[in-house]
Design a protein around this ligand. Structure first.
Ligand SMILES: Cc1ncc(COP(=O)(O)O)c(C=O)c1O
Length: 363
């Protein structure tokens, strides 16, 4: 059992108790003022015109693909170094995920890979902020514009990050966030979509309300079929409290990254590159292990010493399902899956213990 976890929640029960009590007293657990307030807060924070709350980043990505009309035999180009949800949603709609390899330093989609993989069947592009880092997003957006392709940002990890002075949520055509407990904002489960497009916002408003728009007589008018992926009131309260302090959280995590670098770079660990035009939220603090180091053995030894660690993330193309179906593994992402490690990162972390454990194992 690890006694230093990878992540700790940035929320306490004391912070939400009064508002939770009010919800219980009112009996309004869904579609209340807390949800509406969070939508406004998220739009204001990211600089996006519209924000929609969802049950997860997975449902957010899936709905965005539905919005774009992604269907059988379409292709969607995806950053390959990601949690498999990014490609699963494409696969689920009968379309084909086209895995684009990533930069070995930033871990993000390579622009030349994107251009090389565009075909007449390409319907959309999903760029992933790998581990919270959006580096290269602006360049990928410019390429998408050149080819008339819609860009979805999988910012499941990216709340609080940005590039060239703009925040994630207002750069891509559609941005999807996650509020899972491994993220900087956690509501248990949850997610969001942001966009600047009014017509897409109208579609989302209607589809996410079971297809209802306006009234027919005194009841809802179901003008289309639709869905329910709502974030409830209690979850909205939790997310709102954390969003209010996101800048401080991001600063703290960047400072922890610097401290880790001081300890680990001399041992040969190489951090994920974060460029000068990028603000990364350090959702996962990931290093490439030193040349010759047995990464799996290191993770297991650290776990044995009570320090929770895991791999960086996945080369989706190399996973059993996608490998069996498409047999198209990507070189850099596969190497990163095998040679990266995620280390604990949260306010108050005992860095001396983590670094000491690493040094003990590496001796
Ligand atoms: C890049 C990426 N996309 C999508 C997801 C799925 O997010 P959720 O758990 O909110 O569905 C994750 C989860 O870790 C992720 O890291």
């Amino acid at each position: 059992m690890s006694n230093i976890r990878l992540m700790k929640p940035y929320i306490t029960f004391d912070e939400v108790e009064a508002e939770f009590r009010a919800v219980f007293e009112s009996g309004i657990f869904t579609r209340g003022h807390n949800v509406e307030a969070l939508r406004k807060q998220l739009a204001e924070y990211t600089g996006a015109k519209h924000a929609f709350l969802m049950t997860s980043a997975t449902t957010a990505l899936w709905v965005c693909l539905k919005l774009l009309g992604v269907d059988k035999d379409d292709e969607v180009i995806v950053s390959d170094f990601s949690f498999p949800a990014t490609a699963n949603v494409v696969e689920d709609l009968g379309a084909r995920p086209i895995f684009a390899d990533v930069d070995i330093h930033t871990f993000n989609m390579l622009p030349e890979e994107l251009e090389r993989k565009i075909t007449p069947r390409t319907k959309a592009v999903i760029f992933v902020d790998a581990l919270g880092n959006p580096e290269g997003l602006t360049e990928i957006k410019a390429i998408c514009e050149k080819y008339g392709l819609p860009l979805i940002e999988d910012a499941a990890c990216g709340i609080g990050s940005g590039e060239n002075g703009r925040r994630c949520g207002s750069i891509a055509d559609l941005t999807c966030f996650s509020f899972h407990p491994r993220k900087l904002i956690s509501s248990g489960e949850g997610g969001a979509i942001t966009t600047n497009r009014d017509d897409w916002a109208d579609w989302l408003e209607m589809k996410l309300m079971h297809g209802a728009k306006g009234l027919k007589g005194i009841a809802m008018d179901f003008v289309d079929y639709g869905y329910n992926f709502r974030l409830p009131e209690l979850q909205a309260i939790m997310a709102s409290k954390q969003l209010a302090k996101i800048e401080k959280i991001v600063d703290e995590r960047n400072s922890i990254r610097q401290d880790y670098m001081t300890e680990l770079v001399p041992l040969g660990f190489v951090p994920q590159k974060i460029g000068v035009n990028v603000r990364s939220n350090i959702q996962s603090l990931v290093f490439k292990v030193p040349e010759g180091c047995d990464r799996d053995a290191l993770i297991l030894a650290l776990r044995g010493a009570g320090v929770e660690t895991t791999i960086g993330t996945y080369a989706m193309s190399s996973g059993t399902y996608f490998m069996r179906k498409y047999a198209n593994p990507q070189k850099n992402s596969t190497k990163l899956e095998q040679t990266t490690i995620t280390l604990p990162c949260f306010d108050g972390i005992d860095l001396v213990k983590v670094a000491g454990s690493i040094k003990n194992v590496m001796r």
